[in-house]
Design a protein around this ligand. Structure first.
Ligand SMILES: Cc1ncc(C[n+]2csc(CCOP(=O)(O)OP(=O)(O)O)c2C)c(N)n1
Ligand SMILES: [Mg+2]
Length: 297
């Protein structure tokens, strides 16, 4: 039998440095064996640690789904566990009221692209400074495996038992086209590039979006003969193509490939910044009507 170690007995100097970003009282995580959510949590914690960010400066917003558990309850930052499909709407409100905070959204494909798809594309269009990490496991994982907007055509799921007849969204391309200023796609196999991309997203000013392809052996993998998370990681290893190599390949060669890397990185006006500038302009133009102490700079 493994002896339980009382956490109070551990020498603080020997404790892993990432513990300070995690809510220890709820560890270990509730994720299934082979789930990619733990890898995303690990990469995000490393990214924050590498950037030496004070966790108090982060507000993490999430919806409903297995991937929504990554920030809430596991991250030791201020978290807002909202309703299914609504994290970007809540995060927009948070960012408008607290523009100095790093506002992060971590949620799933069902949440951000299915029910929440409208919020996603409009937030990208506004280029609001949110850091959105989409955990794309190609399925509604938490609710038992219903078809999602990223489920590939032909796949049999709970709600498409004879095969999915819908084509999936190429979500990173869609978000880039909608106006986001940083967009990348990685998988949970590519942990170091993913971590560096998260650092980039965190420091970039504007709507930053990373599609993270992530295994769900429980609700999706078993449908495609990937019963272990490592089977899916093997697929990511074999099927991923760097974006610069993909540009020299034809559509047949790119069939069933995962194109990884940075799709877009550009500088353009950010929503809350523009809003603030406008507020200053209007308030100062009308200053005569207000007491001096109300003026803002
Ligand atoms: C308004 C509403 N509709 C449906 C649900 C049921 N529901 C909870 S999680 C979920 C899907 C989660 O899928 P995804 O966002 O991809 O997250 P995953 O579990 O795959 O990480 C659904 C449909 C809900 N909670 N609220
Ligand atoms: Mg999902």
């Amino acid at each position: 039998m493994v002896k339980e170690v009382d956490k109070k007995d551990i020498d603080p100097k020997r404790r892993h440095r990432l513990y300070k970003y995690l809510r220890e009282e709820v560890l270990p995580t509730a994720f299934c064996p082979g789930c990619g959510c733990g890898i995303v949590l690990n990469c995000f914690s490393h990214a924050v640690d590498e950037l030496q960010i004070n966790p108090k400066d982060i507000i993490a917003v999430t919806g409903i789904g297995c991937s929504s558990w990554i920030p809430s309850p596991y991250l030791l930052v201020d978290t807002l566990h909202t309703t299914h499909g609504r994290p970007i709407a809540f995060a927009t409100g948070v960012k408008v009221m607290q523009p100095e905070k790093i506002v992060v959204v971590i949620a799933g494909d069902g949440d951000l692209i299915g029910i929440g798809g409208n919020h996603l594309i409009h937030a990208a269009r506004r280029n609001i400074d949110l850091k959105v990490f989409l955990v794309n496991n190609l399925i509604y994982g938490m609710t038992g495996g219903q078809v999602s907007p990223t489920t590939p055509a032909g796949i049999s799921t709970k709600t498409s038992p004879y095969g999915n007849v819908e084509p999936p969204f190429e979500i990173a391309e869609l978000v880039a086209a909608a106006g986001a200023s940083y967009v990348a796609r990685w998988t949970t196999y590519h942990v170091f590039p993913l971590m560096e991309s998260m650092q980039k997203a965190i420091t970039h000013k504007g709507f930053s979006f990373i599609e993270i392809r992530s295994p769900c052996p429980t609700s999706y993998g078993r449908r495609i003969n990937q019963r272990r998370g490592s089977d899916t990681l093997q697929e990511y290893k074999e099927s991923s193509v760097r974006i610069k190599d993909a540009s020299n390949m034809n559509p047949d060669e790119l069939k069933d490939k995962i194109i990884i890397g940075k799709l877009i990185e550009s500088e353009k006006g950010e929503f809350t910044e523009k809003l603030r500038q406008l507020n200053i302009k209007i308030r100062n133009e009308k200053l005569g009507r207000y007491p001096e102490e109300w003026s803002i700079s």
